[in-house]
Design a protein around this ligand. Structure first.
Ligand code: ATP
Length: 389
């Protein structure tokens, strides 16, 4: 096992593309870290540099305290799992899993024992004598993982290992990966563009954009305290709503009504560190049908009334889209974000997305009073995206 440290690591390709720019990241021994971000943000390049499949242009990579920039991949004692399983079709599951151990010239008894152990951990024991062609996609991916874990490497690197599986299988495999990582307690770096995978799997999540790290933290922290607009829009589904908020007469004027300004934002404004036009962010789950809110809860928020556009019943709750008067923060500010965030800003400029209780009797076409939680709002500086709350 090992810790992995990236110290000002950059990757510049020969054509001049800077895929990764000056990344600092410390991954603790045994930790499960997820690299997530939109397509092209540099996740795979980062992983490939750790694996030794890409040269590092500048900076230092240390595994277990040792500089490994110039070490060949096979000397780094790291196992990779890719989205394509790359199993040997002519070999059985047992032979596929034994392959790296045979290469390492272990004796037959040790190989048998290690394969049995890995098969047990991945619930593959009954399938050991099958060929890959006679396995399901999820089973094949488990064999690929088995082949990685038999070697007991210092670390696992996984690049979108579940993305070839259908949605249901992906959810099942998430728990397999999660359980396995906890059991083995081996340092793991996992790349995905799927924010649900990122939020559910890792101890810590690294959010990347344009070759740079935007924020690193435990999933809940990223959700509760996104450092900027990009992270706020990327984490959470449906995405956070963004609206214009103008500072006027000591209040915030928004399409949902005039909001009080919290102490922290007030200090930023008074110190001249924030503009007077801000962006208000509210997650869909922080709204509720005003009829369903008790008095205690009511005091922690505000209400507005708006026409109901669309109601989507999800069973456990309802996604309700409201048309709000005035402008939602959209076009100009969000265009750039929407282009490369992977977050869904499709509704920007038209409707407000809320997640209300299933008991709500809300109906399309009516006007409805809606409550939202003032303790959960975010305010962003549109000039640099910084979260001021
Ligand atoms: P995806 O989720 O689409 O796989 P990613 O976040 O893994 O994306 P990378 O594959 O790391 O992104 O690519 C980062 C950037 O580097 C992209 O702009 C990509 O076009 C560029 N890039 C990758 N490989 C090369 C290469 N061999 N030469 C030039 N540019 C490259």
């Amino acid at each position: 096992m090992a810790d992995i440290v990236l110290d000002k690591v950059s990757k510049k390709f020969p054509d001049g593309t800077v895929a990764v720019a000056d990344i600092d990241l410390e991954i603790a021994d045994g930790e499960f870290v997820i690299l997530v971000g939109p397509s092209g943000c540099g996740k795979s390049t980062t992983l490939n540099m750790i694996a030794g499949l890409e040269d590092i242009s500048s900076g230092e990579l240390r595994i277990d305290g040792q500089r490994v920039n110039d070490k060949a991949p096979r000397d780094r004692d790291i196992a990779m799992v890719f989205q394509s399983y790359a199993l040997y079709p002519n070999m059985t599951v047992r032979e596929n899993m034994a392959f790296p151990l045979r290469l390492a010239k272990l004796d037959k008894q040790t190989i048998d024992q290690k394969v049995q152990e890995a098969a047990k951990a991945l619930e593959l024991t009954a399938l050991l004598d099958r060929k890959p062609a006679n396995l399901s996609g999820g089973q094949r991916q488990r064999v690929a993982m088995g082949r990685a874990i038999v070697r007991q490497p210092k670390a696992f690197l996984m690049d979108e290992p579940l993305s070839n599986l259908d949605a249901k299988l992906r959810v099942q495999m998430r728990t397999v990966v999660s359980r396995l990582q906890k059991k083995l307690a081996t340092t793991t770096v996992y790349v995905t563009h799927d924010q649900t995978e990122a939020m559910t799997l890792g101890d810590r999540v690294v959010i990347m954009r344009g070759g740079a790290i935007q924020q690193v933290g435990p999933p809940q922290e990223l959700y509760d305290h996104p450092r900027n607009l990009f992270v706020a829009g990327f984490i959470g589904s449906p995405s956070m709503n963004f609206l214009h908020a103008a500072v006027e007469d000591g209040r915030l004027r928004t399409a949902l009504g005039d909001l009080p300004i919290g102490d922290r934002v007030r200090r930023e404004l008074e110190g001249g560190n924030a503009p007077r036009e801000l962006i208000l962010g509210i997650r869909p789950e922080h709204f509720e049908d005003a009829e369903l809110v008790d008095d205690d809860t009511r005091r922690r928020g505000m209400e507005f009334e708006a026409p109901v556009d669309i109601v989507e019943s999800m069973g456990s709750d309802k996604y309700v889209y409201f048309t709000v008067e005035g402008e939602r923060a959209s076009a100009a500010e969000l265009e750039e974000l929407a282009a490369d965030s992977g977050a869904d800003f499709a509704g920007a400029g038209s409707s407000l997305v809320t997640r209300l209780s299933a008991e709500s009797t809300v109906a399309e076409g009516e006007n409805r009073r809606v409550w939202f939680n003032l303790e959960k709002i975010h305010l962003f500086d549109p000039t640099n995206g910084r979260n001021l709350t």
